[in-house]
Write a protein that binds this ligand. Structure first.
Ligand code: AMP
Ligand code: MG
Length: 383
């Protein structure tokens, strides 16, 4: 699937708008950071060679206003945290460690050269890399860019994603339910998942299980970079999605995965556009998106680590295995001394979305016979 992904073109964005975006070129500092030797403490700048001793305080340096002259031998200057250490000084002694009277310091102990001085470029030098191409930007990156004087960064364009949910039985929450009808849950689920994966989402109301309606909605959805559908990809007479996608020119790359839930997932391409056909049951959508669509969306944006990023933990309770399919079971992760322990939640069926609400992870139960016992090492995916 990842081999079929063609990364999107780049654009330049203000760092304020870069949260969650993926860098497509290394970001380098525009300045030495700190830009000058600065004081790490409120205290006095001095020459270490003059300590111990008595030193007159000849000036006081606030942050933002460097001393008008250099520090001569035998002198001290008051200095604020973040203020520029004056020419001639090589150390700062904090207020707490000196006695000052009549503008003179009494220093009893020798002060080490370099003490409490944050050297220029000690964090990063001008031109050095702060974040590499392929990194997905979090708050910490944005702060680093700001500190390094970088107003804009080159990131991948946001994928445009379309969501098409299918099913004649579906109603919007807030409407009354008629006989045989259920509330539509996948649209809001997919919109949230796609948004968190960096996409701009276009979503319309549920499509009835008729070919003409499918043709219209899927045709429109194929204008996006990524089309994600729900329902109608299984083998029933009302499962129309794959047939209509084929008619619309989508090349199906695979249909059917040995994963529970989510067996009838389909993946196709139309030129550079990606199409995910997810089954209708909401837990199948939840799981199928995390395993397949999210990594593809991140790869589309040039991520160097599209995932899914499984972690290791210990299973909290015995679980039976499925002989034919790898199963992802909703679970809660607890931090224990022995490491993360994943407690599977009751109810493994794919329509049970209400029970999934309290899960914060999916634990991977590899296919096989017999049970996995409590305490066994497992992999899990945080959701
Ligand atoms: P399907 O894959 O279309 O056969 O749907 C499988 C099951 O998921 C059926 O019970 C559907 O009623 C249900 N379902 C399909 N789409 C949705 C949806 N958008 N929200 C909630 N349930 C759905
Ligand atoms: Mg259906």
């Amino acid at each position: 699937m990842l081999e079929r992904v063609q990364p999107l073109p780049a654009e330049s964005v203000d760092i304020e708008a870069a949260l969650g975006r993926v860098l497509v070129e290394d970001a380098t500092s525009s300045v030495d950071l700190p830009p000058f030797d600065s004081s790490a403490m409120d205290g006095f700048a001095l020459r270490s060679a003059d300590t111990p001793g008595q030193l007159p305080v000849v000036h006081r340096i606030p942050a933002g206003a460097p001393a008008p002259r250099s520090l001569e031998p035998g002198e001290a200057m008051g200095i604020a945290t973040g203020a520029a250490v004056p020419e001639g000084a090589d150390a700062v002694i904090p207020f707490e460690y000196v006695v000052e009277h009549d503008n003179t310091l009494e220093i009893d102990e020798p002060v080490q050269a370099g003490a409490n001085v944050r050297p220029s470029g000690g964090d990063v030098g001008a031109g050095e890399t702060i974040a590499r191409s392929g990194a997905r930007l979090g708050a910490r990156h944005l702060a680093a860019f700001a500190a390094a004087g970088i107003p804009q960064v080159q990131v991948a364009q946001r994928p445009r994603a379309a969501v098409v949910v299918t099913g004649s039985e579906l109603r919007q929450p807030g409407e009354p339910l008629g006989p045989g009808q259920i509330y539509e849950a996948n649209g809001v689920l997919l919109e949230a998942q796609l948004t968190s994966a960096g996409a701009e989402v276009d979503r319309t109301s549920a499509v009835v299980d008729e070919e003409a309606a499918h043709r219209e909605a899927l045709g429109r959805g194929l204008q996006a970079d990524v089309l994600v559908t729900s329902g109608g990809v299984s083998v029933g007479p009302h499962d129309l999605v794959r047939g209509v996608l084929a008619e619309l020119g989508v090349e199906e790359v695979f249909w059917g995965v040995s994963v529970k839930p989510g067996k009838p997932i389909s993946f196709g391409v139309a030129g550079n556009r990606l199409v995910f056909g997810l089954p209708g049951n909401p837990v199948s959508v939840l799981v199928g998106f995390e395993l397949f669509a999210r990594p593809a969306l991140l790869a589309l944006q040039g991520s160097d680590d599209p995932g899914p990023r499984f972690e290791r933990g210990l299973l909290g309770a015995r679980l039976s295995r499925n002989p034919a399919r790898d199963e992802l079971v909703r679970a809660r992760v607890q931090s224990k001394r022995e490491g993360p322990v994943v407690e599977p939640l009751a109810g493994r069926e794919s329509h049970m979305i209400a029970r999934a609400a309290s899960a914060d992870a999916l634990v991977l139960i590899p296919r096989g016979t017999g049970d996995l016992s409590a305490g066994q090492a497992v992999e899990f995916l945080r959701i």
